[in-house]
Ligand binder design. Sequence first.
Ligand SMILES: Cc1ncc(COP(=O)(O)O)c(C=O)c1O
Length: 348
Amino acid sequence: MTVSRDTLRAALNRLPRVKLADLPTPLHDCPRFSEAIGGKVRVLIKRDDMTGVAFGGNKTRKFDFALADAKAQGATVLITGAASQSNHARQAAAAAARLGMKCVLVNRHDHRSQMGIQGNQLLDNILGADIHLVESGDQNGVKERVAAELRKQGEVPYIITGRATALGAAAYVGCALEVLDQTDALGEKPDFLCVASAHGTHAGLALAARALGLETRVQGYSPSRGDEGRRKEGVAEVGNEAAEVLQLDVRLKADELENTDAYVGENYGIVTQAGLDAIQLLARTEGILLDPVYTSKAVSGVIDRVRSGEIPAGSTVVYVHTGGTPALFAYAPELIAHGDYRQKIVKG
Ligand SMILES: Cc1ncc(COP(=O)(O)O)c(C=O)c1O
């Protein structure tokens, strides 16, 4: 059974939350970008890169809900971690600062962190996170060890999982509701909702579309390679956990979802030429920055599908920009090598 927007909004509003994100994020019309990719579709960009906490991004919306639990438990230190250029970790460090907590990041000492302190990792440091870079072995084990140490010191540690969660997906039901209000105001109906995700963010948008009975096609663009069936099952699973949390009758089915890894290139975290082209094109037509790991690859996919007609002429495409832009600085070598920079030294 489908529900109304008000019912969905009320279900979301029943969940405890802390207010970190600046919502609603803007929805920007992108006529010059639309023209540059053939002029046959209208592209609107939902600016979740502007959620407001230290360069923004999709995790801040998730933390609005996830950290209400940390607060309720009287947590004094947030512990999380992922890759050294993790947007999740940087937003956690910023959220901790905003909530008056300390933050310990247990990140990987990976290729990027060995290149020097830049991008998200630089921001993690500025934000005052205590950073552990794990050379090899079990990051979760280190998190547990850190938590035990902190407990001995009288702190109340709270480990935030980097995995997709029901609350993260629920947060993106909220994003979909915002998009619909904003497209209403423009007299538009989104035919496509496109996003860089193979987890909670995709799940939340897909759940909202299903619960509201929308005809909108929700397309996830995975940042990493993997078995398509398993990816979709993962999205359906977390979406259905969110449906339970929100007490919705509807359920997602894996085979009804759209999630592709066709635009990943070699692998997660390795730039593609098409992704770098997308960064330049959107920057130069609309002044909007994409990131090298997630959103540039997703937008390269949107561009490809618009040009090929797979996203048909006449469509309205809402691209949900999930952030990640601080990583641009950590990827300067690749961006510079990509070229077409118009910088020269002149005599004054
Ligand atoms: C910029 C950016 N986009 C997309 C994603 C993917 O979101 P999800 O984990 O919900 O699939 C992430 C996750 O880290 C991200 O940092």
